[in-house]
Ligand binder design. Structure first.
Ligand SMILES: Nc1ncnc2c1ncn2[C@@H]1O[C@H](COP(=O)(O)OP(=O)(O)OP(=O)(O)O)[C@@H](O)[C@H]1O
Length: 554
């Protein structure tokens, strides 16, 4: 973690104030609470802020009261953060109907101002320290729960969570490793805000008589006691007011500082991409036995919840070691077809088929997570979202080997190091030590391929794996996919908009339009332009070719 100005200032403010009020509550209790004959004294060297009508030192009372306020605000923050984060993350692991209902409830509760809710709760619970803590904590829970729910909802869509779900990472680990670390930054800001608003709310409630009651006191109670003498002894409000300000400003500065320090994107720069060596590794042993297709899809239909079909009964096979391209304009059903094979269709969509098999795994049955991980692995479009930014690459890349193969961390590292060398990463140990943001897009995509191959899947789905990369880096990734085809018997489903790339890489191509396969072509047919469908011809003609635009400037 890197220190920054706000973090240093906020920590100093909180630590110094915290230490001072703790020492004061240990050493100045007698002057704060004991009666003395020096009643209603003005400020002096002995009593810096003077004394009250009972001869008690006002500075000592402010400091001791601040400790009570500090502890109560900490307790309320701990309760509201724990409950809010638990509710917010649990919502996203609940079935859809329960989640929708819970989200609506959170939305409704959040629409009431926190202070108003705290006032009502304090009135219901009755006066007293713990009632006050509970009232403020409960009033803060909806805001934290909504934030946690929104954050986990967004993270749930990310590719690394999809990968973790595909590889069968248990729900608790999913929350602990993938959701919470990626919510840290906004949650830290929320924590600081909860503390700060909680402190102010408690002081306000005590001030109006709904919180701490005499003879107990906190900063709010002290302000209320000072009010009747505000004109004769104005200094009496100075201590409590200053301490409320110091503690709440300190908390906000710490929150901002932590958020800035936790955000890797503002503090690190990606190193340049190392050039891959030109040597290739020897081919892996191949199983040359004749066998049926690795992937068999018959009459696959994907529907919306209302029954509207989005993919209309497509059928195809992919042979061992074959790369099957799927092309078609946006919305033609390419991704939904692929997601049906990994059983990762978005919520609300359902798939039916008369046959859906990957290397002996029947996807129409109920394959276990492990069977699914053995059957299929995915490479996504955007290497920027493929990995969990909060974890080192080593921990993520070895996950499937540790979770599914029961490998020790050391064995898993050795295997993944070999696979990283296979995909031409020059310094695998360094990559394993890095965080994703320290790597270039090309390195992350190579690492993704290595991770996908770690499960030795029968089918590799590459959904536009080069779209987010520049041309030379993309060419390297395509060479890796061709090498996998040549050296292993993994079948590949390669989705792309780019017919030029498909023509180079794929053995066969399916052309999709409006959820239907309109044409199937061999690579040779595609190259020679031997197409029958006007739609395919249109796609071919829309491939930008420099030679087709004479006279157009760069
Ligand atoms: N979660 C969803 N709910 C409802 N409709 C969806 C959902 N996901 C996709 N669709 C619709 O299904 C159709 C096919 O989508 P799909 O993502 O498979 O297209 P695609 O060919 O992969 O497009 P792209 O190349 O843009 O990714 C589109 O009309 C899309 O709007």
């Amino acid at each position: 973690m890197r220190w920054n100005g706000a973090l240093i200032a906020g920590t100093l403010l909180l630590v110094v104030t915290g230490v001072v009020v703790t020492i004061a509550s240990l050493t100045m209790l007698e002057s704060a609470e004991g009666l003395s004959p020096d009643v209603a004294q003005p400020a002096s060297a002995a009593h810096w802020l003077g004394t009250d009508d009972f001869g008690r030192d006002l500075l000592a009372r402010a400091l001791v009261g601040a400790q009570a306020s500090l502890l109560m605000a900490l307790a309320a923050t701990a309760i509201s953060m724990t409950a809010g984060v638990l509710i917010g993350t649990a919502i996203w692991t609940a079935p859809r109907r329960i989640r929708e209902f819970a989200l609506r409830i959170v939305e409704i509760t959040v629409s009431y101002p926190e202070l108003l809710v705290a006032v009502v709760l304090a009135a219901i619970l009755g006066a007293g320290r713990w009632q006050l803590v509970l009232a403020v904590a409960l009033a803060n829970i909806p805001a934290t729960a909504r934030l946690a729910a929104n954050l986990s909802g967004a993270i749930h869509q990310r590719d690394f969570v999809t990968t973790a779900r595909l590889t069968g990472v248990p729900r608790r680990a999913l929350i602990g490793r993938h959701l919470l670390p990626n919510m840290a930054e906004p949650l830290l800001i929320q924590l600081a805000a909860s503390f700060s608003t909680g402190l102010v709310a408690m002081s306000a409630l005590s001030f109006v008589g709904l919180g701490v009651q005499t003879p107990d006191y906190d900063l709010g109670r002290l302000l209320a006691d000072a009010l009747p003498a505000i004109y004769s002894r104005p200094l009496e409000v100075v201590g409590p007011t200053l301490l409320i300000l110091l503690l709440s400003i300190g908390a906000m500065l710490v929150g901002d500082g932590l958020a800035a320090a936790a955000d890797p994107r503002v503090t690190r720069r990606a190193p340049s991409t190392p050039r891959p060596p030109v040597t290739t590794r020897p081919a892996r042993e191949q199983d040359s036995s004749a066998s049926p297709a690795t992937v068999e899809v018959r009459d696959l239909v994907v529907r919306r919840a209302d029954g509207t079909p989005l993919v209309h009964g497509v059928s195809f096979d992919i042979g061992r070691g074959e790369i099957l391209g799927v092309v078609g304009e946006s919305g033609s059903g390419k991704s939904l077809t692929a997601l049906s094979l990994s059983r990762l269709l978005p919520e609300g969509l359902t798939a039916e088929a008369s046959r859906l098999r990957i290397a002996g795994t029947d996807l129409l049955g109920r394959p276990t997570r492990r069977e699914l991980a053995d059957a299929v692995a995915m490479i996504y479009q955007d290497p920027g979202t493929t990995f969990n930014p909060a974890l080192r690459m080593g921990s993520q890349l070895t996950e499937v080997l540790r979770v599914h193969r029961g490998k020790s961390p050391r064995e898993a590292r050795e295997i993944i190091t070999g696979l990283l060398e296979d995909v031409h990463i020059v310094d695998p140990p360094r990559l394993l030590r890095s965080h994703p943001y320290e790597l270039s897009g090309g390195m992350r995509q190579r690492a993704m391929i290595a991770a996908a191959l770690a499960a030795r899947p029968s089918l590799l789905i590459a959904d536009e794996p080069t779209t987010a990369l520049d041309v030379t880096v993309a060419a390297g990734i395509l060479r890796e996919l061709a090498r996998i085809r040549d050296e292993t018997d993994t079948a590949t489903l390669f989705i792309s908009h780019d017919l030029g790339v498909v023509e180079e890489l794929c053995d066969r191509v399916l052309v999709m339009k409006d959820g239907v396969i309109v044409e199937e072509l061999s690579r040779e047919q595609l190259r020679s332009g031997e197409v029958t469908e006007p739609y395919t011809r249109m796609l071919l003609e829309s491939v930008p070719r420099l030679s087709a635009t004479p006279g157009v400037g760069a």
